[in-house]
Design a binder for this molecule. Structure first.
Ligand code: DGL
Length: 255
C-alpha cells in the first residue's frame, strides 16, 4: 500500500486523454500532472533533447513530488525516452504507444491511418511495432504542427489542417490510430471529415496497465475516498500557466 501520487508527463495538456481513463479506473489515487508546454512541441525534437528533458522531469517527479510511479502520457516521449528512463529509474514507468496492435487484433483487414508526430513515426520503437503488425493497408501520417493547434485551441485552423490532411481518405479509411495524446481531443472533427471510422487509442490500455503495475509492486493506494489531481505547467509566465491550468481542468471535467 502506498498513497504517494502517480506522476504524469506530457509536452502539454494532451496527456489529459490518458489521465481521465486512469482516474475512471483508479479514482482513489492521487495524481500529479506535468505539462511541459515551455518545450512543446516534442514531435520535432531530437532523441537527445527529448531524453534530456524527460530525464529532468522524471527526476522532479521522483525526488520533489515523491511519485510512486510515472506515466509517459506522450507517445513521442515514450518512443524516444522510455528505454533510457526505465534503465535509470527504479520506480515503475508506464508508457503509451500508438494502438496499432489493437488494429491487428480487432480489424486487421481495414484500411488504416496512423496519425502521430513525426518523432513517433520515425522512431525505432514505432518501427518495431509497425513491422510486427503491418496489415499492408496502412498509411502513416506524420502530423507536424497538429498537436500545437490542439494545444493552443486554434479551432478554425485545426479543421482546415485536418481537412487538408484527411480529405482524400474519406470513404476509404476504416481505422484511425490516434498516436499522439493530443489527437483524441480532435476526435469529433476527424469523424466529421472521414465519416464512419473506428478509433484506436492506447489510453484505456495504459490505464489498465497502471492498475496492474501498481498491484504487482504493492503500490496501490489504501484510501477509499476520491483522490486529488495537481497540475503544473512549465511556461515561464504566470498568466500562461494559469490559462493552461484552467483549460486542463476544464478538459479533465468534460473529456
Ligand atoms: N502529446 C504528445 C504525443 O503524444 C506530443 C505532442 C508534441 O508535443 O509534439 O506525442
Amino acid at each position: 500500500m502506498n498513497n504517494a501520487p502517480i506522476g504524469f508527463l506530457d509536452s502539454g495538456i494532451g496527456g489529459v486523454t490518458v489521465l481521465k481513463p486512469t482516474i475512471n479506473l483508479l479514482p482513489c489515487e492521487d495524481y500529479f500532472f506535468f505539462g511541459d508546454s515551455a518545450n512543446n512541441p516534442y514531435g520535432d525534437k531530437s532523441d537527445e533533447e527529448i531524453i534530456a528533458r524527460c530525464d529532468e522531469i522524471v527526476n522532479m517527479l521522483v525526488n520533489d513530488k515523491k511519485c510512486k510511479a510515472v506515466v509517459l502520457a506522450c507517445n513521442t516521449a515514450s518512443a524516444k525516452a522510455a528505454e533510457f528512463l526505465r534503465r535509470k529509474y527504479t520506480l515503475p514507468i508506464v508508457a503509451i504507444e500508438p494502438a496499432y496492435k489493437m488494429v491487428h487484433d480487432l480489424n486487421p483487414d481495414g484500411f488504416t491511418l496512423v496519425m502521430a508526430t513525426r518523432g513517433t513515426i520515425e522512431s525505432e520503437k514505432f518501427h518495431r511495432l509497425y513491422y510486427k503488425y503491418n496489415n499492408n493497408k496502412t498509411v502513416l501520417l506524420p502530423c507536424a504542427g497538429l498537436a500545437d493547434l490542439i494545444e493552443q485551441n486554434r479551432q478554425a485552423e485545426l479543421r482546415d489542417y485536418l481537412e487538408n490532411l484527411l480529405g482524400e481518405y474519406k470513404g476509404r479509411a476504416e481505422n484511425v490510430v490516434l498516436g499522439c495524446t493530443h489527437y483524441p481531443l480532435a476526435r469529433d472533427i476527424i469523424k466529421d471529415i472521414l465519416g464512419e471510422i473506428k478509433f484506436f487509442d492506447g489510453a484505456p490500455g495504459v490505464a489498465k496497465r497502471i492498475k496492474a503495475v501498481l498491484a504487482e509492486n504493492s503500490l496501490t493506494g489504501s484510501s477509499d475516498e476520491s483522490g486529488v489531481v495537481e497540475f503544473e505547467d512549465s511556461s515561464p509566465d504566470e498568466n500562461t500557466r494559469q490559462k493552461k491550468k484552467e483549460r486542463f481542468f476544464e478538459l479533465l471535467e468534460k473529456y
